[in-house]
Design a protein around this ligand. Structure first.
Ligand code: SF4
Ligand code: SF4
Length: 442
């Protein structure tokens, strides 16, 4: 099988060995959960429950009328103990959340019912099921899936890519899902394709996961319109734009260009599995598979955990820590978000919890740029990160803008390669925020 890729990128050590062969196990049910009402790209939800109210598994506890949003559901049955701002691990600030003390019964809400046979559901019904189930991209971006599969008129989509690249080091949740639940994923993929109105589907998997390529290949053999493509193991191969270039040779135009501008919709394998679950059982997105790993985690694992379970709880279910953490990260080491506490909850976009020791975490002090150009060679978006950083540091946003910071996908490849350990991505993020502010954004 040939392998394809994109220009730029880096070859970071995979560090997946600790969990890639560990079957997914169900995490113990939490005694209580904290469920943020803003855990997706778009508008936050308004609470639909009050303190003291009893809620059931799968019950909608937050929703929004905004076009880009996704409802939030209870992951346990029990009593609401608080509706108040609590820390959210992705947004890195307190957001309105619903705290629920579990009654241990896991009584399911009567609204949770199978949606029916895939052949009997039309595209509009599928989009409604996906929206009602609160499904968002589980690869980390958490963009509402119902919006993604509703391309505007005049933007015909001819290819659907299922993203099973899982290019972030350490993470193996998608890998295990493909090995263990290929049938569920393909069911969800077919549903997403039907919702989008697209015939041709391609499953894209990095070539360091031959067992996943084989498992997915076996299931899709029954569907002539589906195929599997092995892509090169290179970071960030799973970036939407990088995957589209690698597999289809199509270039997504610069921002505000989107994959749908080149006739493509991309969804993650975990998202497809969540869609299939919602269709088959009616259960909304109340749990997800994630990897808990890093050199300090005593028994690294791939866990299926209820949304709202704390990082602390899951780490202790993995044997606890072998020492003092140097860095705790929600997500992968390249694009994940550093945390100051493990008392934060798993949200829909939490693909992993990493606890890194001193040897693994990059704690070196930055030095001066030596103009080696490694950041430029690494950038998959063909940007010049060193210039953006230089002008941002001098608050010359007009000059920084000339180097297109808005095109940056914040993959961190430039910072990974930089021998001076310069915080390039942080400066690029600041540039983006400043330019948005200057144009009247927030
Ligand atoms: S500039 Fe942005 S897109 Fe390019 S390598 Fe750095 S983080 Fe990635
Ligand atoms: S990689 Fe670092 S040191 Fe080299 S040019 Fe880029 S910013 Fe400068």
């Amino acid at each position: 099988m040939d392998t394809r890729t994109f220009p730029g990128g880096v070859h970071a050590p995979h560090s997946k060995h600790r969990t890639e062969h560990n079957p997914i196990r169900k995490a113990s049910d939490p005694a209580s959960v904290v469920i943020p009402l803003h855990q997706h790209t778009g508008a936050p939800c308004e609470p639909l429950v009050k303190k003291g109210e009893r809620v059931l598994v799968g019950q909608r506890i937050g929703d929004s009328k905004a076009a880009v949003s996704a409802p939030v559901h209870a992951s346990v049955s029990g009593t609401v103990t608080a509706v108040e701002p609590r820390p959210q691990p992705v947004l890195c600030r307190d957001v309105m959340s619903v705290a629920i003390e579990s009654d241990g019964l896991f009584e399911v809400d009567p609204s949770v019912k199978p949606a029916g046979d895939l052949d009997s559901l039309d595209a509009a019904e599928l989009r409604r099921v996906i929206r009602e189930a609160g499904i968002v991209g589980l690869g980390g971006a958490a963009f509402p899936t119902s919006v993604k599969v509703s391309p505007p008129a005049g933007k015909p989509i001819d290819v659907f890519l299922l993203n099973g690249a899982e290019c972030e080091p350490y993470l193996t949740a998608d890998h295990r899902l493909m090995v263990e639940e290929a049938d569920l994923i393909v069911h969800g993929m077919r549903a997403l394709m039907k919702a989008t109105g697209v015939e041709k589907g391609i499953v894209c998997i990095e070539d360091n996961k031959p067992d996943a390529i084989e498992a997915m290949g076996k299931v899709i053999a029954d569907f002539p319109n589906l195929s599997v493509v092995a892509v090169k193991t290179k970071y960030p191969q799973g970036g939407e734009k990088q995957l589209i270039v690698a597999v289809l040779g199509r270039e997504v135009p610069p921002p505000p260009g989107l994959p749908l501008d080149v006739g493509v919709v991309v969804n993650n394998v975990g998202t497809a599995a969540a869609v299939a679950t919602a269709i088959r059982t009616g259960m909304p997105l109340v749990e997800r598979v994630l990897t808990v790993t890093g050199s300090l985690v005593k028994e690294p694992a791939n866990l299926r955990a209820r949304i709202g379970t704390t990082f602390e709880d899951l780490i202790s279910q993995c044997g606890g820590l072998a020492g003092e953490p140097a860095k705790i990260i929600a997500g992968g080491p390249m694009m994940g978000i550093a945390q100051y506490t493990t008392a934060v909850p798993v949200v829909k976009g939490t693909s992993g919890i990493l606890v890194l020791g001193k040897d693994e975490a990059n704690l070196e002090e930055p030095s001066n740029c030596i103009r080696c150009g490694r950041c430029v060679r690494a950038c998959p978006m063909l940007l010049m990160p060193l210039y953006i950083k230089t002008y941002a540091e001098a608050s010359r946003w007009d000059l920084a803008e000339r180097y297109s910071p808005t095109a940056c996908i914040e993959c961190g490849a430039c910072a990974y390669e930089c021998p001076a350990r310069l915080p390039l991505v942080q400066w690029i993020k600041i540039s983006k925020a400043e330019l948005a502010r200057a144009k009247g954004g927030k």
